[in-house]
Ligand binder design. Structure first.
Ligand SMILES: Nc1ncnc2c1ncn2[C@@H]1O[C@H](COP(=O)(O)OP(=O)(O)OP(=O)(O)O)[C@@H](O)[C@H]1O
Ligand SMILES: [Mg+2]
Length: 454
């Protein structure tokens, strides 16, 4: 979407020149002649930047500037001042102008200033996005696997990336890679250089969710001293990911439906419509059609989202991906942790292949990570797996405990220590406390059993 600029000047030649030049630069230009027009225009439309002549026939330019900021506190305004009127320039900056330019000016100079302003605006948005993502590590975009099921998903993603406006619904159990699919779509699409905004609808209280998504206008509620842009505006040109969409309350579903239909919405407490160009990707691990039947999810919204559906297959339905994925995670961790684990032993592989993976790929990833922490040697052995994985196995293989060696007290102790250590994420103090022994006793035992705890 082209950046939208409002050019305000009472001089017709100036207005015309500026709009011609800026249109050529690829901006969407609107114009206004008076302060009154400017204010009503800002109330009705959405602009990325305003180029404001400070000398207007009907109003003091500074008042116009203040008026704009009242409506939209973080709107970028570049003020055009008369040559050597330093005082007005200073006042304008104090009133929240981004910058000023003296008339007469070189068009080239103005173009650079505008570009800088828009970049600053983008940067601000990006910073807010990064803050939102918080500690999240750099995110993967490569979907890995050779099974026909996952190959299908990859093909679908490839196709969807080419249609940057289509909304997408991703369904799948926890840990199947729904978010990974979102990243893959966004970063392969034309929207790659625009923001990818993510929000988990179940993690945020209802009323906050609304303002997070749609922003608010000044005075929308008691605390709303200024205006705030919502994620839909911040994601403009890019993608918004609505995770756990099933948790969204009905009136928000309605608002979402409107955006899907005509790309328009209003901020909370607002009266003007804002137009955005955003691809919406929603995900859920619930059965949405069941929720529709039960009346908890809007049918029209469901059908609107359902146009393009990706079903992330559970790991147990694509067993052939388990070991290759396991080896991929070993490789990644070797690099990251400076380890040198060579692979998964045959016996350990058996365990992985016989497990049902309720937590899917995420569970596999965690189990491999933990096993690598525990494995002293070069290979991952069954001993390095947590109890639930081995338990599932034992049910299948009737009588493992008849193996006398496994009953030796020391073997049991070793396994127990490793299980607790894993449960505590490798934290030795917590593990010792849990086991009811001192840290130094734990250390001795770890040494005795050659358990390498990171
Ligand atoms: N096919 C895959 N190739 C490589 N890594 C994968 C694959 N699928 C999932 N992962 C990894 O597994 C982890 C879980 O994936 P992701 O967060 O995308 O799952 P999810 O479906 O969003 O889970 P939840 O429903 O719990 O939010 C991530 O670290 C992701 O990178
Ligand atoms: Mg997720």
């Amino acid at each position: 979407m082209k950046p939208a600029i409002l050019v305000v000047d009472d001089d017709e030649v100036m207005r015309q020149t500026l709009s011609d030049v800026l249109k050529k630069k690829g901006y969407a230009i609107s114009t206004a002649e008076t302060g009154g027009q400017t204010i009503s225009s800002v109330k009705e439309h959405f602009f990325d930047l305003i180029l404001l002549d400070i000398r207007l026939p009907d109003m003091d330019g500074l008042d116009v500037l203040k008026g704009i900021k009242e409506i939209e506190s973080d709107l970028m305004v570049i003020v055009m001042t008369a040559y050597s009127d330093v005082q007005t320039a200073v006042m304008a900056m104090k009133s929240g102008a981004y910058d000023y330019i003296d008339k007469p000016f070189e068009l080239e100079e103005l173009k650079i200033l505008i570009q800088k302003a828009l970049e600053t605006q983008n940067l601000k948005n990006e910073i807010r996005q990064l803050r939102r993502q918080g500690k999240e590590k750099h995110e993967g975009i490569e979907i890995f696997g050779n099974s026909p099921l996952i190959k299908n998903v990859m093909e679908l993603i490839e196709m969807i990336s080419q249609t940057p406006r289509t909304s997408v619904l991703i369904q799948g159990e926890s840990g199947t890679g729904k978010e990974l699919a979102v990243n893959a779509i966004h970063y392969r699409s034309k929207r790659v250089n625009k923001p990818l905004m993510k929000i988990n609808c179940s993690a945020i209280p209802e009323n906050l969710l609304e303002t997070e998504l749609f922003g608010y206008e000044k005075g929308a509620f008691t605390d709303a001293k200024g205006t705030k842009k919502g994620l839909f505006e911040l994601a403009n040109g890019g993608t918004i990911f609505l995770d756990e969409i099933a948790e969204m309350k009905s009136y928000l579903q309605t608002k979402l439906l409107r955006i899907l239909e005509n790309q328009r919405f209003m901020r909370v407490g607002g009266e003007r419509e804002i137009v955005v160009d955003v691809r919406i990707i929603a995900a859920t691990n619930k059965d949405l059609s069941a929720l529709v039947n039960g009346g908890q999810f809007r049918k029209d919204l469901y059908y609107r989202l359902k146009v393009m559906v990706i079903e992330m297959p559970p790991l147990r339905e694509r067993m052939e991906d388990i070991l290759p994925l396991g080896n991929l995670f070993i490789e990644e961790n070797n690099k990251e942790l400076g380890k040198n684990v060579t692979g998964i032993s045959e016996a350990a592989s058996e365990y992985l292949l016989n497990y049902q993976w309720p937590g899917n790929v995420r569970e596999l990833k965690n189990i491999i990570e933990r096993a690598m922490i525990l494995s002293n040697g070069k290979e991952i052995l069954p001993d390095h797996f947590p109890i639930e994985l081995r338990k599932g196995q034992m049910e299948g293989l009737e009588d493992r405990t008849s193996d006398t060696e496994d009953l030796a007290l020391e073997t049991v102790e070793k396994k127990h220590i490793m299980d607790v250590l894993m449960m505590m994420d490798g934290n030795k103090s917590k593990t010792a406390r849990m086991l009811g022994i001192s840290r130094s006793t734990l250390r001795e035992k770890l040494k005795k059993y050659s358990i390498a705890a990171a």
